[in-house]
Design a protein around this ligand. Structure first.
Ligand SMILES: Cc1cc2nc3c(=O)[nH]c(=O)nc-3n(C[C@H](O)[C@H](O)[C@H](O)COP(=O)(O)OP(=O)(O)OC[C@H]3O[C@@H](n4cnc5c(N)ncnc54)[C@H](O)[C@@H]3O)c2cc1C
Length: 290
């Protein structure tokens, strides 16, 4: 197996163009599991860990650009204020060791329906920055996930960063697992309030072939919040509104029965997660504005 070790993004892209079959490796917390279990035997690994640019983040014009190689541990310590939803999801990933190695770029590359970053990125309205020797492009997160572990990435492309709007408004992430830590989500849910746009982002994970937005729930809640101008004069949400939101989130899922949970359980759990997360996010918003 060839082990390719570029020092810059340009070198990495040139190698990927030359060897599209080369498997990128960042933290290795997914790739090494596959190699150890002999599920994959790639002809070449493309090690991205020497590339400083991928480990940087920057903020400007209301957007945080998080390099694909920034590990979860740094998202928690350095971006908790700017990207609260992503930091919440990062805190639930694996263990301290996994959070030190694992990256959002790797989560996107693996594109497991259960990846914890995905619902947050969808709810926040993030875009994935991908690059090749042909140039860079921004793919909205909603267009990035094509199927189970399938993405919009072309064979010669690498993920270079994720662009996440910095809204300054409450966000929440919640996940159900079989225990509290070191657990793959049975299902997960993220919500992001976008008061400046009068919009709500909501998305489910581990409950369909891909992570996906709960578009009907988003539209319903945006309508309820516009009604009586709740954004400007926030007050508690009526129970039927919160319940309906939960139902619509659950109906966005098309879950399966598997070892981690039944489809019926996942739907039920999603409606509960959605109600709770909405309650927490709206309480925070009311506290800030009211
Ligand atoms: C014990 C354990 C617990 C875990 N717990 C969780 C959890 O709670 N939640 C969760 O979501 N995940 C969990 N994971 C999975 C894993 O940690 C995450 O998916 C993590 O984000 C992967 O990041 P990485 O940098 O290690 O990726 P890698 O393993 O290096 O790569 C993952 C995939 O992405 C591709 N890739 C990596 N970087 C790029 C790039 N820049 N461009 C294109 N493709 C790229 C790789 O080729 C590979 O296909 C766990 C894994 C383990 C081993």
């Amino acid at each position: 197996m060839d082990f390719l070790r570029p020092d810059t993004v340009a070198e990495a892209l040139a190698l990927k163009a030359e060897r599209p079959e080369a498997v990128p490796i960042a933290g290795g917390t997914d790739v090494m599991v596959e190699l150890n279990f002999d599920r994959r035997r790639p002809a070449a690994l493309l090690d991205l860990t020497r590339i400083a640019e991928l480990r940087e983040w920057s903020a400007g014009d209301g957007v945080v650009r998080v390099g694909a190689g920034v590990p979860y541990a740094r998202i928690i310590t350095e971006l908790g204020d700017r990207l609260p939803g992503l930091a919440m999801a990062a805190r639930t990933v694996g263990s301290p060791q996994i959070r030190n190695r694992g990256t959002v770029g790797g989560n996107l590359g693996a594109a497991s329906p259960a990846g914890d970053a995905h619902p947050v990125l969808l709810a926040a309205g993030a875009s994935v920055e991908v690059a090749s020797t042909r140039g860079r492009r921004l793919v909205p997160a909603t267009d990035f996930y094509l199927g189970v572990k399938r993405t919009a990435l072309a064979p010669d492309e690498l993920i270079t960063a994720v662009h996440v709007p910095e809204t300054g408004a409450p966000q929440q992430f919640s996940k159900v697992g079989t225990r509290n830590a070191m657990v793959i989500a049975v299902c997960s849910f993220a919500i992001a309030l976008h008061p400046a746009q009068g919009r709500v982002g909501a998305a489910v994970g581990s409950a369909a072939p891909t992570p996906r937005r709960a578009a009907d729930a988003e539209a319903f809640l945006a309508g309820e919040l516009a009604d009586g101008d709740r954004w400007a004069s926030p007050r508690p949400l009526p129970d039927p509104v919160v319940r309906r939101f939960g139902e619509l989130v659950a109906s966005a899922a098309s879950p399966i029965d598997d070892v981690r949970g039944s489809a019926a359980y996942r739907r039920h759990a999603l409606s509960v997660l959605a109600r709770r997360a909405l309650g927490w996010a709206w309480r925070d918003y009311t506290g800030e504005v009211g």
